[in-house]
Structures are given as C-alpha cells and as structure tokens.
Design a protein around this ligand. Structure first.
Ligand code: ADP
Ligand code: MG
Length: 278
C-alpha cells in the first residue's frame, strides 16, 4: 500500500496512517478513533493510535490507562520509547508523558515537535494502520500538526447539526489545502433509538451524508447516541469490546470496513496514462 497524499514519506514500517479529525470538539472524534482502532485489532490488523490532541488528550482515559508510562529501550545505542499496549492496540499520548497542565500552555511549534517525536522516537515496528486522534479546530495549530504528520488520508467526524457540519467542512478544506485526501465522513450521534424501536433525530437528519456528497467523498456510516458508548469511554473499554454484539458496535465495525476498503481502492488507483492514437 502506498502513501497517496503529497505529504512526506510515511513512518517506516507503517502501511497507512489516518487522521481522525473534526472541525468542532465534543462531536465524538476520540470515541470514533478508539472504536475504529479496536475494531481494526479485532479484524487482525496491526494497529497503532497516536493521541495528537496535545491540549486535551483523552485516549488514555478512554482505554482505562492511568499513570501509565511508556518504557524506554535501547536499540542500536539509541533510546527508543515503546508504545503502551492495551487491548492489542499500540498507543502513544502526551498524557503518558507530561502533566495535563503543562502541555496546555505549549505553542504550536512545541506541540508539533512533541508529535514529531511520537513518530521518530517511538518503536512502532510494523503497523497496518496508524490512527491519529486530532485536536479540534482548524486554526494555525491544527494546520501545523496536519503538515507535520505524513498522512494517507483523513476521516472527518461530525454530528448532523448545522454548526458541526459547517466546522467539519472547514476541517475537510484544511486537509485539501495540504493535499491530504479526505477518505470519508462519519456521522456520530445520528439518532437516539426509543425503546419501541422508533428513532429520534435529536441533532437533525442526514447532515453527514449531505456533506459527503457535497465534498465528493465517501459516507463511511452513522453511529447512534447510546449510553453504552458513553460508558465505554468513561470506563475505559470501547463499546466494540464491551458490548461487541450491540447494534452500535456493528455500526463501528461497518465504518472500519468501509474505511479499509476506501484505503485499498485509493491505493490501487493508478495514474491515468493517456492513450495515444496512431
Ligand atoms: N454516539 C455516542 N453516544 C453517546 N455518547 C457519546 C457518543 N459519542 C461520543 N459520546 C460521548 O461524548 C463525549 C465527547 O466525545 P469525545 O469522543 O471525547 O469527543 P471529541 O474527541 O470530538 O471531543 C464523551 O463523553 C463520549 O463518551
Ligand atoms: Mg477528543
């Protein structure tokens, strides 16, 4: 599989790297990132997850990791950080390394340099997929981080609400600006299922799908609002592992499969060779 963005070369040994992004915070980006990552592990892929949300790392808590420190090892006389492993998933987060209060005051270049170290100084070994849980927003810091990471593509998470869609569109444009392809849109908190099976479209309906067609990218799927998703995050066990047979877990599974399919198709796209008629 090759890197089809015009960004710099991928981390050695990493076949595909994917940013999970949004415009707005609180739309479920980290929830989507951990559940896709856990699904990829379940499906047999070697998977890593980098918490690139330097200012608000939530991956350690969402995976039940407290006071966890990555180990240091010596490889060819160089100090290398070993990723923390949970549920078979390789992880790195600023939350493992510095106090929450410390990173909050960092400026963009410092955040970018921390992220660079996650790529250069961490012993990832062979990975099929490396996911990045991106910080929200589309300002200078996000743009710098986006340019720092060699990416195969980006997934944009949104809720169906107009305000979230507007910000998601800005997020997608930011990736376009740095020549990273948008692999697709995930709509989170799409509806609430009533006990009688009817659906309540709390934040409106169809916004994610509309945005995908407007941008000409794939709609990867929707996820319902569900207490077990929130509990999975709070208790440190993603719903795809906690309630693997739930309809929400199946929605995440479908989204992961659509994503890997999208990456496969994109990597197989051959540059078109013009046919010359003689
Ligand atoms: N589909 C969902 N159903 C219920 N709660 C959700 C859902 N998606 C996210 N949440 C909860 O909403 C909060 C914000 O989600 P999070 O993934 O941290 O968002 P972001 O990373 O975009 O800021 C978390 O408490 C999370 O558990
Ligand atoms: Mg987050």
């Amino acid at each position: 599989m090759q890197n089809f963005s015009q960004n710099t070369a991928l981390i050695p040994g990493v076949k595909s790297s994917i940013a999970i992004a949004s415009g707005k915070g609180g739309v479920g980006k980290s929830t989507v990132a951990v559940n896709i990552a856990a699904t990829l592990v379940k499906e047999g892929f070697k998977t890593g997850l980098i918490d690139a949300d330097i200012y608000g790392p939530s991956i350690p808590a969402m995976l039940g990791l407290k006071n966890e420190k990555p180990k240091i090892t010596q490889i060819q006389n160089k100090n290398r950080l070993l990723p923390v492993v949970k549920y078979g998933l390789k992880l790195m987060s600023i939350g493992f390394l510095v106090d929450q209060g410390e990173a909050v005051v960092w400026r963009g270049p410092m955040a970018a340099s921390a992220l660079k170290q996650f790529m250069s100084d961490v012993q990832w070994d062979e990975l099929d997929y490396l996911l990045f849980d991106m910080p929200p927003g589309t300002g200078d810091i996000q743009l710098t981080l986006t340019q720092t990471i060699p990416l195969t593509g980006a997934v944009i998470v949104t809720t169906p609400q107009d305000i979230s869609i507007i910000d998601a569109r800005k997020g997608a444009k930011m990736f376009e600006k740095v020549n990273v392809s948008v692999l697709g849109i995930v709509e989170n908190m799409s509806y609430y299922s009533n006990p009688d099976g009817s659906k309540e479209y709390i934040f409106g309906r169809g916004g994610g799908e509309k945005l995908a067609s407007e941008l000409g990218v794939t709609f990867l799927g929707e996820i319902a609002i569900n207490t077990n998703i929130r509990l999975g995050g709070d208790e440190g066990k993603p719903i795809v592992l906690r309630n693997p047979d739930s309809s929400e877990a199946l929605q995440f599974t479908q989204i992961s499969r659509n994503l890997t399919e999208e990456i496969k198709e994109k990597s197989e796209e051959k540059p078109k060779i013009p046919v010359i008629e003689i």
